[in-house]
Design a protein around this ligand. Structure first.
Ligand SMILES: [Zn+2]
Length: 373
């Protein structure tokens, strides 16, 4: 499967940074329309620059400050608690009197991580309100709705809720065991996890389940037999192209290089990924003007650019991990030589939060505590 050494295309790191910077144009300007796709776009672009170690070089301090302000403007609170809101037209609670906006779990997860990348001090965070929101969004079956009293519910929202609780270091409003049961009900005969119970196994939702279980310290709820079955299913998702497919019998897609690769990493077997083949596939998805597409000859976008970079970073983590799967402080701060502009080396990633190890550490240090108390 692996290409012969030396056949790997150059990694056009500078172009990828430029692509992401270009996609950030138009953000924020606090007067522009805010919608969830805009916040997600900001996360993928700013996150890519973080993974490329180019955030400080490619963006101005004024811009970074205005992005922070723009994100904080989306924090709202009400009887349901507090969180970050998408655009008004996305809300399912139309009669809400406060401008028709309610917070959304996926947006809140994205906002917190983006603020951590921008090294915000989180003094403005309504911690109690966010913990309350998590409780309000949890349903009887253990799943979470995207919004209080409504919205979608599936494994993605369980992951976002658990990632928020982990960053907040506050699980007091959540029934973890009920959510674990919901996740277990999404497990399929193949060993992966579907979006809901009785759905086909898919790489993205498998990542959500494995990550959520480990974020809550419930990784041991997967039996050794189940773990083996899941590993086998994930390894089989890397196909002849070197990329990963999201579901059985589908074409390889760059984003699944992260969803499946990170899942293997979480299970402590990241080295089972054929790294050279993975790089070769992602290399073939690079666009000549920068950015990474979901497949060769497709147009690049920030989502696939970010997740491809995250996949490469995850492999850096796997390669540097000790036998216990943990990476030490020195490994986390491994120096990436910017002069090696075509080097495939990227800083290691925290696969559970899907952020660089440094950004994840910042989030876990600053989000739980109030420094202006
Ligand atoms: Zn994709």
């Amino acid at each position: 499967m692996s290409p012969p050494p030396g056949d790997l295309p150059p990694f056009t790191r500078f172009g990828h940074g430029t692509h992401c910077k270009r996609c950030l144009v138009g953000l924020p300007g606090s007067q522009v329309d805010i919608d969830p796709s805009k916040l997600a776009l900001a996360f993928y672009c700013i996150g890519s620059l973080d993974l490329l170690n180019q955030l400080l070089d490619k963006t101005k301090q004024d811009d970074r400050e205005s992005w922070r302000e723009w994100i904080w403007e989306q924090q709202v609170c009400g009887p349901y608690g507090a969180g970050f809101k998408p655009g008004p037209y996305m809300s399912s609670i139309k009669e809400d009197s406060t401008e028709g906006n309610v917070p959304q779990l996926i947006v809140t997860y994205t906002a917190l991580l983006t603020l951590a990348i921008l090294r915000d001090d989180f003094t403005r965070l309504d911690r109690t309100g966010i913990a309350q929101l998590l409780g309000v969004c949890q349903r009887e079956d253990g799943s979470f709705s995207t919004e209080p009293y409504g919205g979608d519910t599936d494994l993605r929202t369980v992951y976002c809720a658990f990632a928020i609780a982990n960053m907040l270091d506050n699980w007091s409003t959540i029934n973890i065991d009920q959510s674990v049961e919901f996740m277990r009900s999404c497990r399929t005969y193949e060993g992966g996890y579907g979006q809901f119970p009785f759905c086909e196994a898919q790489g993205g939702t498998t990542y959500c389940a494995l990550s959520a279980l480990h974020l809550s310290g419930r990784g041991d709820r997967i039996s050794p037999t189940e773990r083996k079955q899941t590993i086998r299913w994930l390894v089989q998702k890397q196909d002849i192209s070197g990329g990963f497919v999201g579901r059985t019998n589908k074409a390889a897609d760059a984003c699944y290089c992260f969803w499946c690769g990170a899942s293997l990493n979480i299970l402590g077997v990241g080295t089972l990924v054929d790294e050279d083949a993975l790089r070769s596939f992602i290399g073939s998805c690079q666009h000549k003007f920068g950015g990474i597409a979901k497949a060769p000859k497709e147009h690049p976008d920030p989502y696939h650019t970010y997740l491809s970079l995250a996949a490469l970073s995850t492999q850096a983590t796997a390669a540097r991990a000790g036998p216990d799967g943990n990476i030490g402080h020195s490994a986390a701060n491994a120096h990436v030589d910017p002069s090696r502009s075509t080097s495939w080396e990227l800083p290691p990633l925290d696969p559970l939060l899907n952020a660089t190890v440094d950004t994840a550490a910042w989030a876990r240090e600053h989000i739980p505590k109030s420094t202006n108390a």
